[in-house]
Design a protein around this ligand. Sequence first.
Ligand code: ATP
Length: 358
Amino acid sequence: MVRIRLENIVKKFGNFIALDNINLEIKDGEFMALLGPSGSGKSTLLYTVAGIYKPTSGRIYFDERDVTELPPKDRNIGLVFQNWALYPHMTVYKNIAFPLELRKAPKDEIDEKVRKVAKMLHIEKLLDRYPWQLSGGQQQRVAIARALVKEPEVLLLDEPLSNLDALLRLEVRAELKRLQKELGITTIYVTHDQAEALAMADRIAVIREGKILQVGTPDEVYYKPMYKFVGGFLGNPPMNFVEARVEDGKLLISENNYIPVPKQYRQIIERLNVKDVIIGFRPHDAEVIKGISEGIVGEVYSFEPLGREQIVTVSVNDSIVKVFAPEGEHFNFGEKVTIKLKEGSVVLFDKKSEKALE
Ligand code: ATP
């Protein structure tokens, strides 16, 4: 097992800066998700760790070893890509054995390792089949088996589940998480799917435009986003945002529509002397009540029953927010409602920098 350390990694493609001074440490045996929108640099970062790309500047360490100049084959990594191309003319057995054959490993050793990894991934009955005789999920397991058969120190996965249908994704996701912990293999997992990152990772690095905005446990990035972007990227529905002005201990949304400055922010606001903020809150941390009372007042824009609960969409000034309400509660389009926020659940961001106040 190995600890990975990225130090001041910059990657340019011509004049374009794809990675902008990345510093990140992935602990021994840790499952780290790289999460961000399309084009944010996740794959570029993964390929840089793999050695497929050389950083323009910066260093990469596996434990104390500087591997920056090493080619991929000397890094002892297992790689799984989005389109997990298997060799179509080879059986599953041959596909998995291939990396060991390249190394000229003895036949009985290859056999033992192929069977062991196939068993781990529940594909031991498929060893004689060809890729076209497999379902998508099975092909995907073969690709993971092929990456693991070399017993790599590091597992690098680039959106490995994105070609699977929704149900299969959930199934393989749970299995992959378990396997990673059983093997204790240091893993970097690229995804743009926030639910996948929250469900699988020990820690998540949120990336935007080549920069890491926040690194933390799923709980930390979910409940304590350091940027509005992070709050808005995680969660389904994501965090709600309402603009407000700070005035006399209140967060004024519009005339006669305000909430008191939350306790935990009183000192911070005074110290920073901020005037314009964005109130952030999670849909599950609020309650919607019919009529006008103390809280954020708005109008029902829409409501969507989901079975056990419903999502109520409320327009507040120029913003649209989403809040959960119990099933059975009936709302009308356009009716006035009040949103009550759970104490301690609000995150305030500076309107200009969109950074959380602290
Ligand atoms: P996606 O989720 O769409 O795969 P990503 O976050 O993995 O996105 P990257 O593939 O790392 O993003 O790309 C980051 C940026 O770098 C993009 O703007 C992309 O166009 C650019 N880029 C990536 N590879 C190259 C390359 N070989 N040459 C030039 N530009 C590149």
